[in-house]
Write a protein that binds this ligand. Structure first.
Ligand code: PEP
Length: 257
């Protein structure tokens, strides 16, 4: 078992003043939880602010997207190298809010995953099904396709020391989280899917659950065998709620040191 990981996804929220207060509250409230890893993923313009506020603290920072290209005439895009310039160590890839609104294909997402790895960033790959797909019973097929695209393009070993976040689309921002059994079953499926090709990579992969995680449901989710932590949207904008989720990760993870 490795340390549980809790990732805050601020989405398109915040400004310089609000961020400063929120980070100060995070640092203060998360101090007791020395047996977990915490990452905050912010809009691009605030990476420099995170670097100055978080350097030297146990909290890491990252972005919510990156370009699939390394450099060139790609107006509006931000490369992996640019994220590294601001001390980012993680990047969210393929979040459903992007995949849907900006028509990202599984191939594009796979290329971004490779870009992140090549530049020493830890990718957090989001996978998950819609409500219609779950009701039709094809959720495993949908998630398998997202993962298999990466395996076919780059091989399963690429998943070692990376993060996959299972985010059922119907649970994101709705207040309706997956049940611990639903989440565990998909997490086990994901690990097995990679394990068939590469047991070591599957063991070194962290699988987070994302979708309406809150301080009340976090313990029941995090206690499940294949749930290595959470990706948190709405509750990450409130330091008390986020700390409650981190406490759940701490209580269900490795012993405190
Ligand atoms: C997310 O956007 O990744 C997410 C999990 O959001 P929320 O926690 O608000 O459901």
């Amino acid at each position: 078992m490795s340390k549980k990981l809790v990732v805050a996804n601020w989405k398109m929220h915040g400004n310089l003043a609000v961020n400063q207060q929120l980070i100060a509250a995070y640092v203060h409230r998360l101090l007791p939880f020395n047996n977990i890893e915490v990452v905050v993923c912010v809009p691009y313009p605030y990476l420099a602010q995170m670097q100055s506020l978080l350097e030297g603290t146990p909290i890491a920072w990252g972005a919510q997207n990156l370009s699939k290209d390394t450099e060139g005439a790609y107006t509006g895009e931000v490369s992996a190298g640019m994220l590294k310039d601001f001390g980012a160590s993680y990047v969210i890839i393929g979040h459903s809010e992007r995949a849907t609104a900006y028509c990202e294909s599984d191939e594009n997402i796979a290329t971004k995953f490779m870009q992140a790895r090549t530049h020493g960033l830890t990718p957090i790959l989001c996978v998950g099904e819609t409500l219609i797909e779950r009701e039709a019973g094809v959720m495993e097929r949908v998630v398998a396709k997202q993962i298999d695209t990466i395996i076919h393009m780059y091989g399963a070993a690429i998943f070692a020391d990376t993060v996959i976040s299972y985010e059922p689309i119907w649970a994101i921002g709705t207040g309706l989280a997956a049940t611990p059994d639903q989440a565990q079953s998909m997490h086990e499926f994901i690990r097995n899917r990679i394990s068939v090709h590469d047991i070591d990579a599957a063991q070194r992969l962290k699988i987070l659950y994302g979708g309406s995680v809150n301080p009340q449901n976090a313990v029941q989710l995090f206690v499940m065998q294949d749930i290595d932590g959470g990706l948190v949207g709405r509750c990450s904008l409130n330091a008390d709620e986020f700390a409650g989720i981190c406490r759940a990760a701490s209580e269900t993870g490795l012993p405190q040191v």
